[in-house]
Ligand binder design. Structure first.
Ligand code: TYD
Length: 405
């Protein structure tokens, strides 16, 4: 028996993805014997409509000084955050000497834009190595996990915030109620809490189960966000769907009664009901769709192997850890995974131990097929990989369903 992480109602898992390693836990052979696994079960709480992991490894296992994710590895994400910063500035940082706080500010890709505009800001980032990178871009960072204690410290030192924003961060934080409390402590009366994360609606529609991994303890919908933050005095004032991470939602919350509510809030809440995001039966169908997707992907890869084709992976994403371990795909089917992040190169993928090599290895000798693990960057990748396709290379995709393209 488990209790909902958001509202404490009893919840039952509707699915297990089996034993999973740390999604970003790229490792060396000498570390195999210490590799950590946990059972990745997921539940949907019918009381507050929140999709969640039952078990999550300790944060220290996932976010540490060797954390392997840097926002700046994607040009499209850097561009996205420049637009985000402009929007934030124009919409919510218009008062006198505004103060913007960002949670999980990573290498400063978003805050750098505010720093350049001379706006008071503070990034709160638990991984020291990425925060050090942010400092190089004149972004002020506090190396810490965010919560009510940190919020009080920031308030004491800097005063109240106009905005607390977070991109691809909130869904990582298990203590959501403490975040609601912390936002209440730190925000001005008219301040706003803004976050965007992979959207449950897209995951259900596209069977993109690879968004589920250790770090993503929640997959939010407008219904769940409203349930989680309502008791802390906040209401949704705007919702803005985003293309990032294969389909995300930007949630804007303000204190009840302080803001005009955009019509998109009602529209999206209605759409969610039509999509079944408030109905437990939807998640049983989702489980069946995941099982079907797994069978199809393994069958494609085995078929290519039997025909003697060279298959590699493109992008050693966190998401790929779920796909590879859930589908039980290892180096016997995928020769290596190409990735541009230096810290991942020369290591092996979590759990299935597929070698991760530099992008140059992909380019030096194109394979016959590349599995598009970084499918959320498809537009950027297709623009870069005309050479691979001209050489006869083809893509293996698995979202919205496994296919060769
Ligand atoms: P990311 O989008 O953050 O996905 P996740 O959250 O699942 O980890 O990671 C993309 C990964 O793909 C990152 O390791 C960098 C790599 N990558 C490439 O190797 N080539 C590319 O062209 C792009 C866009 C990303």
């Amino acid at each position: 028996m488990s209790n909902c992480r958001a509202c404490n109602t009893e919840v039952q898992p509707f699915m297990s993805f089996g034993q999973m390693p740390i999604a970003n836990g790229f490792l060396k052979e000498t570390e195999f014997s210490d590799e950590y696994f946990f059972e990745m079960e997921v539940a949907f709480c019918s009381a507050c409509n929140t999709f969640q992991l039952i078990n999550q490894p300790d944060p220290e296992r996932m976010f540490h000084e060797n954390y392997a994710f840097f926002t700046r590895t994607s040009r499209a994400m850097v561009a996205h955050f420049a637009i985000f910063a402009d929007w934030l500035k124009g919409s919510y940082l218009t008062g006198e000497n505004p103060f913007a706080v960002e949670l999980g500010s990573n290498d400063g890709a978003m805050l750098e834009n505010l720093a350049k505009a001379g706006i008071r800001h503070l990034g709160v980032e638990p991984s020291a190595n990425v925060a050090a990178e942010a400092e190089k871009h004149d972004v002020k960072s506090l190396v810490a996990f965010f919560g009510s204690k940190t919020a009080q410290d920031i308030l004491d030192e800097h005063g109240p915030a106009d905005t607390i924003s977070a991109a691809n961060v909130m869904c990582h934080i298990p203590a959501m109620n403490d975040i609601g409390h912390a936002a209440d402590i730190l925000l001005k009366e008219t301040g706003v809490l803004i976050f965007e994360d992979p959207y449950l609606g897209d995951v259900i529609e596209k069977t993109s189960y690879d968004q589920i991994y250790d770090e993503h303890v929640f997959l939010f919908s407008a219904h769940s966000v409203s349930s989680i933050f309502g008791p802390h005095g906040f209401e949704l004032i705007d919702l803005l769907p985003q293309k990032t991470h294969g389909g995300s939602m930007r949630y804007v919350l303000g204190r009840k009664g302080q803001h005009v509510i955009s019509s998109s809030v009602r529209e999206i809440l209605n759409k969610e009901q039509a999509l079944g995001l408030t109905d437990a039966a939807t998640f049983d169908r989702f489980r069946e769709n995941c099982e079907r997707s797994r069978t199809m992907l393994v069958s494609i890869l085995k078929d290519l192997k039997s025909k003697g084709k060279r298959v590699v992976g493109y992008g050693a994403t966190s998401k790929s850890t779920t796909v590879l371990n859930y589908c039980d795909i290892g180096p016997e089917l995928i020769e290596f995974i190409s990735d541009t992040t230096p810290i991942k190169q020369g290591k092996l993928s979590p759990g299935k131990h597929i070698p991760v090599l530099a992008y140059e290895d992909f380019k030096a000798k194109y394979p016959d097929y590349a599995v598009l693990f970084a499918w959320n960057h498809e537009v950027e990748i297709m623009a870069n990989e005309q050479g691979f396709m001209d050489a006869g290379g083809q893509w293996v995709v698995f979202v919205p369903e496994p296919a060769i393209r």
